[in-house]
Design a protein around this ligand. Structure first.
Ligand code: C5P
Length: 239
């Protein structure tokens, strides 16, 4: 398997084609953006940390019966994954109120939800990723009703696995965003990443934020927080 040309560049990742037409390489960048790209910076070491954390979580999920795109970690910043047709829906699950849920519904940040809240956002930069519901998804033909049911089932299961794993590491899984994709045979698998860029992690005792909110809200020590998450998850510190 040989690395070929870059076929896509997003805010935090680049995708390269390979000599195998059903596999691509994901390269995690140090670039950080927030508020639809209006706030931009570089966070030293972020690419490497997110690659490690995301691969760790994907492996954990695979071990617990969730099909993912993960094939193998290739280097500090790169991972080999199965090529998928990404479903343009960002699936967000929330256990504790924060971020846009707090703003939209006027509920105080930090309130623990009675049960997980599931949301969908239409993945479209020009529209600013608007909140959508299952009717929109059907009408826009983003996914069929059956496929959406499968995505929902996987999301609840992923939440349970991650929440329990993190609880033992004294981390509250506040919320997270997932992306799914289709393999050529129509099977739905988990794609994209699971990292402090795409989740909110709070220390269960101090409620210290160990995720991208440190960057969004100028709280400082962004790299340190990402390193701390890596340490809590893998038991290993500096890369
Ligand atoms: O901003 P909001 O509260 O809606 O974010 C919910 C969760 O989804 C957070 O963990 C955030 O990091 C993640 N998210 C993401 N990519 C987006 C929007 C939200 O990873 N485009």
């Amino acid at each position: 398997m040989e690395k070929r040309e870059m076929i896509y560049e997003g805010k935090a990742k680049q995708i390269y084609s390979t000599s195998a037409n059903d596999q691509v390489i994901v390269h995690f960048k140090d670039d950080a953006t927030a508020f639809d790209g209006q706030k931009k910076d570089q966070i030293t070491g972020k690419g490497k940390i997110n690659n490690k954390i995301s691969n760790f979580f994907f492996k954990l999920l695979e071990d617990n019966g969730i099909k993912t795109h993960l094939i193998k970690e290739l280097s500090a910043n790169e991972v080999l994954v199965k090529k998928v047709g990404i479903i343009p829906v960002e699936v967000v699950m929330r256990n504790i109120v924060a971020g846009s849920l707090s703003k939209r519904l006027g509920i105080k940040e930090g309130e623990v939800l009675d049960k997980p809240v599931l949301e969908y956002y239409y993945k479209d930069d020009d529209l600013g990723d608007p909140l959508i519901n299952n009717s929109h998804i059907e009408v826009l033909k983003l996914a069929t009703e059956t496929d959406l049911e499968e995505i929902n089932k996987m999301t609840f299961k992923i939440n349970k696995i991650l929440k329990e794993f993190l609880r033992e590491r004294v981390i509250d899984l506040v919320d997270f965003k997932l992306e799914f994709g289709y393999l050529d045979d129509g099977e739905i698998i988990l794609a994209d990443e699971i990292s402090p860029d795409t989740c909110r992690f709070w220390d269960s005792n101090t409620r210290e934020k160990l995720d991208k909110d440190r960057f969004r809200r100028d709280l400082g020590d962004v790299e340190e927080a990402y390193q701390e998450m890596l340490k809590r998850i893998t038991g290993r510190g500096e890369l």
